[in-house]
Design a protein around this ligand. Structure first.
Ligand SMILES: [Zn+2]
Length: 429
């Protein structure tokens, strides 16, 4: 019975191949760059799609130019609730003259759909949308309920999108498992992610004439010493459950990281990193600087909390009386982790093996996604999407074969989850 349904789902995707690609092209042609972040055009395209297929939805727009769409389909007595989540907004285009393709062209050439946001994540959001369409046709045959959440401000932190929905709509959007198609590389699936810990360190001294260093300390020289001392934060080691550490140490997982994200990614995923993103101080060469500001970008892996990091930063800064710490307006948050032994991980691996002949490795993401908002509310959330190559850069373009593979994977994995099937090798109960 299940295999018959899977065959039908795959047949629909095959029949709709050109339509699915055309939708992604149309979606790419709508400017949803954030900033500035007006995503109404992208939301309207998705709303028209849902309307055209008779799929009911609600628009939730706590901020007028950032509408979010929420659609739900359910079997009569659902025992499971799957959430499909994607975002509409994309990175800014940047310097247009450096693009050789039209960033808003949605051109189909050389096996890719080209344009800003095709990789991150218009391909993924399109995959969720079509998975929702196909699964809604069969929802009556499942034991589940399914909710699609399409949000508008992932690139700027999710305040009016995923964070708002998970905070205000409760069970309607929380579900008990989330699938998201942010870029991951088809060889990995993501069950956790690092998080940002940003702060500005301000060094203030009296300052003065460059020839009179006996009268004031130099803010830039203190900053230089402080930066060297700050590197100590990179020695803080995460505390992870032993089975998670063991999983991340497997050779096939390290190999998948390196292949998808470049050599060294496996190591970076599990440790604190420090980036001095900005540094500004001094007015002119012969003056002794009285001010220097350091923009610090620390990334925390799961197993290191923001409170732990704050403590470490304060201890280091205490050695420099001229230094004060300034935090961004929003409270620092912690990295998030879902259980890698969750059945959805096995379902995704089985599905990809069936479709493409390999099993994606479960990994922790270096960057952030909206999945964190669900994980913080104890809802397991998993990411499986196309290669991140070109994401946010010039000439961004998603491979059509990867895109369609992601459509198939999310549709079939969603079906497996909703129908209550267990992946091979995972015991129920
Ligand atoms: Zn994204």
């Amino acid at each position: 019975m299940t295999s018959d349904h899977a065959a039908r789902l795959l047949a629909w995707i095959e029949q709709d191949r050109d339509r699915i690609i055309a939708f992604l092209q149309d979606f790419t042609r709508i400017d949803t760059c954030n900033p500035p972040g007006d995503t109404r055009g992208g939301a309207a395209l998705i709303a028209r799609f849902l309307d055209a297929h008779g799929l009911a939805f609600r628009t939730i727009a706590p901020k007028e130019d950032n509408p979010n769409l929420v659609a739900t389909a359910s079997a009569a007595a659902p025992r499971r609730h799957l959430v499909l989540n994607g975002h509409i907004d994309v990175f800014p285009i940047g310097d247009r003259s450096r693009w050789t393709r039209d960033p808003l062209g949605g051109e189909l050439a050389d096996g890719r759909v080209w344009g800003r946001g095709t990789v991150d994540m218009k391909a993924g959001t399109t995959a969720s949308l079509f998975a929702y369409l196909y699964l809604s046709r069969l929802i009556g045959d499942t034991a589940g309920r399914m909710t699609l959440t399409v949000v508008s401000d992932e690139e700027t932190g999710g305040r009016w999108g995923a964070e708002y929905l998970t905070e205000h709509l409760g069970a309607e959007v929380l579900g008990d498992c989330v699938l998201n198609a942010e870029p991951s590389s088809p060889h990995t699936l993501r069950f956790g992610e690092k998080c940002m810990f940003w702060l500005t360190l301000k060094v203030r001294t009296k300052g003065g004439h460059g020839a009179y260093p006996h009268l004031s300390a130099s803010a830039t020289r203190i900053a230089a010493n402080l930066i060297v001392a700050l590197a100590e934060v990179e020695t803080i080691r995460p505390t992870l459950p032993p089975h998670v550490s063991a999983l991340l140490a497997r050779p096939e997982v390290i190999d998948a990281y390196d292949r998808g994200l470049g050599r060294g990614a496996a190591e970076v995923a599990q440790r604190v990193t420090l980036n001095i993103g900005t540094l500004s101080g001094g007015v002119t060469v012969n003056m002794l600087p009285g001010e220097c500001d350091i923009g610090v970008d620390i990334r925390l892996p799961p197993g290191v909390t923001s409170a732990q990091m704050m403590d470490a930063v304060q201890r280091i800064c205490a050695r420099f009386p001229e230094v004060s710490i300034e935090l961004p307006p929003r409270t620092p948050v912690d990295p998030t982790l879902s259980e890698p032994a969750h059945p959805m991980v096995g379902i995704l691996q089985d599905t990809v093996e069936r479709l493409a002949g390999y099993r994606p490795a479960p990994v922790i993401s270096l960057g952030g996604t909206d999945c964190r908002f669900w994980r913080r509310r104890d809802v397991p959330a998993f990411v499986y999407g196309p290669s991140p190559e070109g994401m946010g850069g010039t000439d961004e373009g998603v491979r059509v074969d990867e895109f369609l593979h992601v459509v198939r994977t999310h549709t079939l994995a969603g079906w497996q989850w909703l129908s209550g099937a267990q992946p091979a090798g995972v015991q129920s109960g």
